[in-house]
Design a protein around this ligand. Sequence first.
Ligand code: ADP
Length: 720
Amino acid sequence: MSRIASVLIPMPLPEAFDYAEPEGMDLAPGDQVAVPLGPRLIRGVVTGIRDGHGGNRPLKPVAERLDDPPLPPGTVEFVQWAARYAVDVPGQPLAIALRGARAPKPRPQRLVRLTGTHPARATPARAKVLEAAAGSDGLSAADLARAAGVSAGVVKGLIDEGVLALHEVVAEAAFDPPDLARRGSDLNASQAAAADVLKAMATEGGFGVALLDGVTGSGKTEVYLEAAAAALAADPEAQVLILLPEIALTQAVIARVGQRFGAAPGEWHSDVAPPGRRRVWEAVAAGRCRIVVGARSALFLPFRKLRLIVVDEEHDSSFKQEEGFIYHARDLAVARGKIEDAAVILASATPSLESLRNAETGRYRWVRLAGRHGAAGLPDIELIDLRETPPEAGRWLSPPLIAAMAETYARGEQTLLFLNRRGYAPLVLCKACGERMTAPDTESWLVEHRYTGRLVCHLTGFSMPKPAACPHCGAKDSLVSIGPGVERVEEEARALFPEARIAVFSSDTVFDAREARRLVESMAAGDIDILVATQAAAKGHNFPKLTLVGVVDADLGLRGGDLRAAERTYQLLAQATGRAGRRDRPGRALLQTYAPEHAVMQALKAQDRDAFVEAEMAEREMAGLPPFGRLAAVIASGPDAAQLDAFCRTMAQAAPNTPGVEVYGPADAPLGLVRGRRRKRFLVRADRGVDLSAYMAAWRARVRPPGAIRLAIDIDPYSF
Ligand code: ADP
């Protein structure tokens, strides 16, 4: 009987394609294969096998089963589930799942080894080489020459003579097994109680979600590492995934995993070079890599036996992927846990309202830690009313903040100045004609970066040198920088404290994991006095000598019409201020604000999370917004405004009429023009009981956008 294989291809195609299984290939779901698509052979994954043949038109055969490891069933199911949830085609999440498999293999190394042949001629230099080669496990020719302290020619001569031979070795990904005999810290009573609950969840098997809720420094990391240790000890094949929202944070947790288990975990994020990705991917698929620490896309790795997923800083909006395949990693982590029958731990000092709601209603286990570990108290939080004590004209630090910085510096302690804005100034404006500088055909402002002397669009990546004259009216020296970014605050801090060691931590200054680790280490070692940072550094780290946090613009996140503006500002500032004070040193946080009476500022000052959450929940409940209702957005974009408007009218009419679902729009999207494309948006609100993904899929199926128009569906939109 001939068989048909459905093969999913990692491209934005509407469905899996059928191919004939060649005699004797004996395919199974999950296998990686090469199949013909048009004129090319392309990698795909078998998702199903059934008896039959192609009917009248014979199917093209699968060209080859690839040598690469198959995707485990849980990964295939997860990819398909994720596509349905995100109302996208499964080829999109599959492309993420195959990122490691498609990366080039690490290049083989050519190593030198002794053949046993004696050299025809002995010299002191040759003797040194032979000695070094005998004492080594295999070195490249250049390394051997270096080790022996001789020139490369000597080694080459011995190779030519056949005394040494070259052989190619592909280093197999060696992931040392975690040392499970090692013990973690002695837990305090509250930590031990929390760890017991989580360990039971992680070892008993079966799906379950826990919200691990405790202030910064309460020991959440310490506790979830105990749960990880228990999961790994309970089953020699068990694997653990720890997700972090930022690359800088992955570095800190990788170091802690290394200390706890005496072995480095697999590292997975956009900064890992392709051969490294391939190494981790294959080791995860083979079960050799048992702990992975990574960013959101690590969820798509081919785990064989995933027993525990930790989402650390679960409230963080960086878990939302906004481009390409649009998903929220926290939601998908819970889904993957369900598919794999694994435990899921969501950890945060400021949990999302979604997770708090799930904890309140008992869907998640609510595991709380009491206060900071040891003697460390929470910082004092004070509001600086900028209306009363403004900074000098053209400056951004107010006198009370400067005074606190001076005291801190005099005591030899550290200050963190937090401003969630990259670059030097968020706006460049011509004082002659009023023109605001933007990227071509895009609505958002160009941000001035002084380190590079360029104006940069943070949305599209467009950049240009800062012009000497206004491109609009031609006036010379008329461009002025409006507002502060971290570079400008650094400039001010340098002027105020010329002796101090000052560094900037933002994604522009810290563009890779190594640089992040270096800065975090020098901060921890006390080699920096003042760190000016965006959110890239304001989360999760422990800096023992950091006692003052100054928030330059506490109101920044409150502007704009985002549903989560207040929640997010609260979370971000609670995180940033939570960096102050550790162990024996009390901390202090000063928030510069024009709105000290705002509920967010009051809650931060009183350190009363519950009051803030209660008020925010009440508002959301009244409006039927998440976590009490569901939201989705559709962004339609196209180059031609009239065509886009016409299509949006058709789209509005096509919206299915379903009880419990309301469709709003179309309206201009928050960014109405990007790279010459106009953008319109529909917002959809639904009651909790509605399957919103199914609704959106049904809606989309009713419209046929013209070729120039693109539709993107965003389940649970964040940026609006
Ligand atoms: P969180 O993840 O909640 O911010 P951490 O786990 O990072 O907290 O703990 C904060 C600091 O306190 C870390 O330096 C950690 O090593 C230390 N710590 C926490 N609990 C203990 C403990 N039981 N014994 C010793 N040190 C601890």
